[in-house]
Structures are given as structure tokens and as C-alpha cells.
Design a protein around this ligand. Sequence first.
Ligand code: ADP
Length: 164
Amino acid sequence: MKRAVYPGSFDPMTYGHLDIIKRASKVFDELTVSVLDNKGKTPLFSVNDRVNILKDATKDLPNVKIDSFSGLLIDYAKKYDIHVAVRGLRAITDFEYELQLAQTNRKLSKGALDTIFLTTSLEYSYLSSSGVKEIARFGGDISECVPDFVADLIFERLKEIDGR
Ligand code: ADP
């Protein structure tokens, strides 16, 4: 069985992520989308919220599983016997970072974890989680960036933070 992991922050998941998930789910028998619990970052959504958003958005994709992890991706992949990581490339600016990450994971895992890249669909090439949050903070329209239920959650969460 061909299995892969699509790791990321997904804070929150956008249509760009969802597009990569749908396309990767056609390439692999089983795709685990795993939310990185990065203690070094202050996310808008908790890991639990990010996992629930992904679960909701992928409920019609039977071979997609949602999970979370902390620590090194290579350790997580080893634990579940996964040998391929999927990542998305939007523009040349992603390339340098992604290349370094892929090579580090290959080296650290002694070749056990390789990375496969899917290039963004053109209509999503401008989309990033941080961009979406920035637009939302200024009350902009994010309906073309994330599903409606995610847009509602973003505005709710921003209100919560502002009200503190
Ligand atoms: P990170 O894990 O670097 O914090 P994200 O969670 O935002 O980044 O994204 C996870 C992966 O999805 C990365 O490989 C990123 O390049 C990719 N990605 C993000 N947005 C898009 C998009 N609009 N189109 C294609 N790939 C994307």
C-alpha cells in the first residue's frame, strides 16, 4: 500500500491546501494530513481546531486521514512506516525553503523519508494561511480563499482575540 504524509501548520487550511490534499489522495492509497504542533509559533487556531477543520473539509475523501504531531517529521513517519512526505510549491520563493527541508529530512532519515512536490493549481498560487489571516484582520473578503465554515471560524476567533 502506498502511503504518504502531508505535514504542515494548516493555520488554517485554505483552498490551496485542500487542492493539494485532493490531488495527493489520487496518487496514494492513503494520505495522512498531519498538523504540526509547533511550540515556537503562536497560531490563530489550536491544533485541535485545525484538526477538526481538516476533518470537516475532507470528510468525503475516504483515503484521507487527519492527525497531528510534534517533534521531528522523520520520527513521526518512522512510527507509522510512512516513506513519502507531500509538500506543495506555490512559487520560486517556496522552493528554497522546501528544498532544504526535503534534503534535511532525507539526510536525517538516512533515505527513509523522501519528499514529493505537487505544484499549486494556478488559481491558488497566491494563497497562504498568513495572507488569509491578514485579509480577515482588516475585514476583507476571504470567501475565495477558504470554505465558508472556515471563514466564519476565522472571524469568530479574531473577535475573541480582539475582545480580550
Ligand atoms: P508550513 O508547514 O511551512 O507552516 P503551511 O501549513 O502553510 O506551511 O503549508 C503546508 C504545505 O502546503 C507547504 O508545503 C506549503 O508550501 C503548501 N501550500 C500552502 N499553501 C499552498 C497553496 N496555495 N498551493 C499549494 N501549496 C500550498
